[in-house]
Ligand binder design. Structure first.
Ligand code: SAM
Ligand code: SF4
Length: 448
């Protein structure tokens, strides 16, 4: 049985897509290996959102090439966003054997077979309306790579509800590489979630670049959320990402009504300056964003709010940056992903001027991280001496203890005897750095 190895870079949607690839290859008679030395096929699921991610993947391709030269017949495949963006150049300049864009994974077995039969340099980058509806993604052996969500716990799963994006934020490459926005039928999303639940999954995250653009006939995202959450009342249901422009009270009321929908919202703000938001084509103002945050907190008082912030966008002045810092202080997000602007070829912002210098961009990012880290630590300190229901995901990779997740998506280190899948109720007794730590006095007494 030929063996494949897959490394995933990028966001949760890439983790999901690697699951699709795993299933396609397993159905074609391949076995996965977690050891690249043992693999006949070396695959890389790539991300093009920032240049840094691309550079790392290209560096890793060098290692793949070295491995290929050690064993005749080894195949190297580049998948995902970089495959779509670079296409033939990955064959000519980087000597990949196959290059497969986000809509062509079903062709992988055929492409691998062609390379093993002697053809090289196969590029499959057609953009279609593919949603991989008939594919139940498979779990990886030991996901590895630069993906922050790389080690998905056995008790949680991602389910993609829509693919592509039509928003064309001026800095973003996603609409070009992932194609047009399209939604999966509600019934198929629900069926996939039910299959996960039947196999023991207790925490499901519905995924899309903007889940609030979801449509199946007249049914919108709140209908999908309600359908999944009502069908699986014992499973925690969350979702990512919500475009602030599309957030409205119908979503918040659905979240409030369904007890197993987690009160957590990821609402990327990107900037606190109206002129920058306009140049980014985000479709909301600072005031509108703040009004939506106020509405979220009114309807869901315990809501956990997270965001993405982008600094150093072309023409961003010190005053614009201060407006961003001011918004971050005002909202007091629980957590933020923070980035320095990276020029993406082909996006509208590539032409925008004046550019922010490396030094200014770096300084602004460092300052923003400093401010948000303080706020995250302060918010986590607010968990001290409070009790939480935690879903145990697995052993903590860094210290003795377990990783537990609150409904608000906060990770807590749990000390005591428990096992993955346990729901435990315990009190946060200290904060280590910014990570809350809870003690489980006795297993029998603590399991919910
Ligand atoms: N769809 C989501 C949304 O609307 O916010 C975000 C998806 S994007 C892949 C994730 C984050 O990457 C964005 O929110 C943005 O902060 C960041 N990002 C996108 N393009 C970027 C660029 N050119 N440079 C730096 N960061 C970027
Ligand atoms: Fe990119 Fe904007 Fe689409 Fe998010 S909504 S994927 S930032 S274009």
């Amino acid at each position: 049985m030929p063996k494949f190895y897959i490394q995933t870079y990028g966001c949760q949607m890439n983790v999901y897509e690697s699951g699709v690839v795993r299933r396609v290859l397993a159905d074609a008679g391949f076995a996965e290996t977690a050891d690249e030395q043992d693999a006949d096929v070396l695959l890389m699921m790539t991300c093009s959102v920032r240049s840094h991610a691309e550079q790392r993947a290209l560096g890793r391709l060098g290692t793949f090439r070295a491995l290929r030269s050690e064993r005749a017949g080894r195949v190297i495949g580049v998948l995902g966003c970089m495959a779509q963006r670079f296409a033939d150049a990955l064959v000519t300049d980087h000597r990949a054997d196959i290059v497969v864009g986000p809509d062509e994974y079903l062709r992988l077995p055929e492409l691998i077979a062609s390379v093993r039969a002697g053809t090289t340099g196969l590029v499959a980058t057609r953009q279609t309306s593919e949603c991989y509806d008939a594919i139940m993604p498979a779990r990886g052996l030991s996901p590895k790579g630069d993906c922050p969500q790389g080690s998905v716990s056995p008790v949680s799963a991602f389910v993609t509800v829509m693919r592509g994006c039509d928003n064309y934020c001026t800095y973003c490459i996603v609409p070009y590489v992932k194609g047009r926005e399209r939604s999966r039928p509600l019934a198929s999303v629900k069926a996939e979630a039910e299959r996960h639940a039947a196999s023991g999954v207790q925490d499901i995250t519905l995924l899309g670049q903007n889940v609030l653009a979801y449509r199946d006939g007249s049914r919108r995202f709140p209908d999908l959320l309600a359908a999944v959450a009502s069908a699986l009342p014992r499973v925690r249901v969350r979702f990512l990402t919500s475009h602030p422009r599309d957030l409205d009270s119908s979503l918040l009321e659905t979240m409030q009504r369904l007890p197993n929908v987690c009160p957590s919202l990821h609402l990327p703000v990107q900037s606190g300056s109206n002129s920058i938001l306009e140049r980014m084509n985000r479709g909301y103002t600072r005031e509108e964003y703040l009004a939506k945050i106020a509405l979220c907190r009114k309807v869901l008082p315990e809501v956990c709010l997270t965001t993405d912030v982008l600094v150093g966008f072309p023409s961003e002045t010190e005053a614009d940056f201060k407006a961003t810092l001011d918004l971050v202080e005002q909202v007091r997000f629980d957590f933020a992903y923070m980035f320095r602007f990276s020029f993406r070829p082909g996006t509208r912002a590539e032409e925008f001027a004046p550019k922010v210098s490396e030094a200014d961009g770096g300084r602004r990012l460092a300052r923003l991280i400093e401010v948000q880290n303080r706020i995250t630590a302060e918010r986590n300190r607010g968990m001290l001496n409070r009790e939480f229901e935690l879903l145990i995901e697995g052993p903590s990779p860094r210290d003795s203890g377990w990783l537990g997740r609150t409904v608000t998506n906060k990770v807590v280190i749990v000390k005591g005897r428990c096992a993955p899948g346990d729901l435990v109720r315990c009190r946060v007794t200290r904060i280590n750095g910014w990570t809350p730590v809870a003690e489980l006095p006795a297993r029998a007494a603590a399991v919910c």
